[in-house]
Each structure stands twice: as C-alpha cells, then as structure tokens.
Design a protein around this ligand. Structure first.
Ligand code: PEP
Length: 260
C-alpha cells in the first residue's frame, strides 16, 4: 500500500441478497463503520450488489448520507438497444454507481467472456463515467504452466489495449484462491501486483502506473488483510464471501486499526 493511493475495500456480493436484504445489510454496515469511526478518507469502502439492489442502495446512501460507494458486477458492452437482459453503463451511472466489475473469473468461465469482450466493456465503462474494476487472474493450471504473473499481465494488457489512460482499478484475483479459503500469500500477491503495475506503466505511462489502485482478491479475511496491505503494490481488496458478513467485512475495511 503506497501512502498516496487511497486503499479500496470492495465487497462483491455476487448473486446474494435481494433488495430488502441489501437495505438491511447496507444499513448495518454503514452504522457499524460509523460506530467504529471509520475514516473513509483513509480507506474507501464499496459494495457491489446484484443489479436489482442498486436503486434501494442508492436511496439509502443518498437519503442517510452514507459515505459508502457502490457499483455493478458487470455491464453491457453496448450503450443501448436490442440486447435483452443487458444493463448499460448509462443505467448504472444514473443510479449513482461509482464502480463496475469487469472480467470477473466467473464471467470469463460461465459466460465465455473473452479478453476482447472485457476490453469493450472497459471502454464502455470509461465512456459512461464509471471506474472499471478490471479483474485478472490465473487458474491453477495456468500457474503451473506459465508461472505467476504472465497470464494476469497478458489479460491486463488486452483489457486496456488501444485505450487512452483513464482511471481504472485492477483486481488481481487468482482463480485458485477464489472461494477456496486458500488465499495467495502476501509475497505472491505482491509479486503479481508489481508486475501488473509495471505493465500499466509501460502501456499508459508512469503517472497511470503510480496512480492506479491494484487490489488483491481471493479468500481475503480479517486475518490476512493486514499482511496483504503491507505490500507496496497491494492497494486494497476485492472481497467475495467475507463481504456478506457485516462484522467480518467491516473488520477488513478497518485493517489499519488492527495492523500489527
Ligand atoms: C471474488 O469472487 O471476487 C472473491 C474474491 O471471492 P472470495 O473472497 O470469496 O474468495
């Protein structure tokens, strides 16, 4: 974690919590962080719920003036039109979204999202004033075949190929660590996040390389967050399972308070 990059802790709820559950959960999260005097200027906190929760979360966040931000788990590569079931970047922005996850390994695996699709979605997000959280990461087989960083770096290069420098967040999520309870070690996370930053610097220049936040994701908990966040190129976490537990997630958000 570098002092001039504000850490981001983002909770990816995946397909969990309907809009009523989302209201209760978000209220409890915001109040837990408020009671603990969480300083959002020091660590940004985002929730990334299913699309159907976004309007409820917007009403809550705006009505109660919570400092939480939120976003979508995906978006269409198209801006509007005959694309049944798709959600446009403009719709996400109109609901006050800050972020949108793009290229999550579950999208790549179950929805056949290729690097070209990911790149088109990154361009669409930027065009619609959303900050993409671009997910990259290798499977166990990739790791054995290519080593730790080459596949995530290739995915990142492909995701921004031909695009002008813009604000993005990169999430390094080794597929073998997602939902397995087997997180990467802090050294593994640092090694790949540093390689991703070098690739960004080569493609978009030093300013982008320095400014872009690179998150680690994959079985993050309140027990391993501090060690991960001590690494110079890890600027936050994309949290899956643990983001569905208010106490655990708020403890992850407050990693600075329990850093040892
Ligand atoms: C994820 O799916 O983005 C993720 C990091 O999941 P988990 O934290 O459950 O491993």
């Amino acid at each position: 974690m570098a002092v001039d990059r504000r850490p981001l802790i983002a909770g990816n709820w995946k397909m969990n919590l309907d809009h009523l559950q989302a209201i209760a959960f978000t209220q409890k999260l915001a109040w837990t962080l408020r009671d603990a005097r969480h300083d959002y200027a020091t660590t940004e906190v985002a929730v990334i719920p299913p699309f159907t929760d976004l309007r409820s979360i917007q009403n809550l966040v705006e009505g109660d003036k919570f400092d939480l931000v939120y976003g979508g788990q995906d978006l269409s590569a198209h801006d509007a039109g005959a694309y049944t079931g798709e959600i446009s970047g403009a719709f996400l922005r109109a609901l006050g979204s800050t972020y949108v996850i793009i290229g999550h390994s579950e999208r790549r695996q179950y929805h056949a999202e290729t690097d070209d699709v990911v790149r088109a979605k990154v361009a669409t997000a930027i065009r619609n004033d959303l900050t993409p959280i671009v997910c990259v990461g290798e499977t166990e087989a990739d790791l054995a075949q290519f080593g730790p960083s080459s596949l995530p770096v290739a995915q990142l290069r492909a995701a921004i190929d031909g695009l002008s420098p813009a604000e993005i967040v990169v999430a390094y999520e080794p597929v073998w660590a997602i939902g397995t309870g087997k997180a990467a070690t802090e050294d593994q996370a640092q090694q790949v996040c540093a390689a991703l930053r070098s690739a960004l610097t080569e493609t978009w220049g030093l300013d982008s390389g320095d400014a872009t936040r690179i998150l680690y994701g994959g079985s993050v908990t309140s027990s391993n967050i501090s060690a991960l966040m001590r690494q110079p190129d890890v600027d936050g976490a994309l949290v899956g399972g643990a983001s569905l537990d208010v106490i655990e997630f708020s403890s992850i958000c407050r990693f600075l308070k329990h850093a040892v």
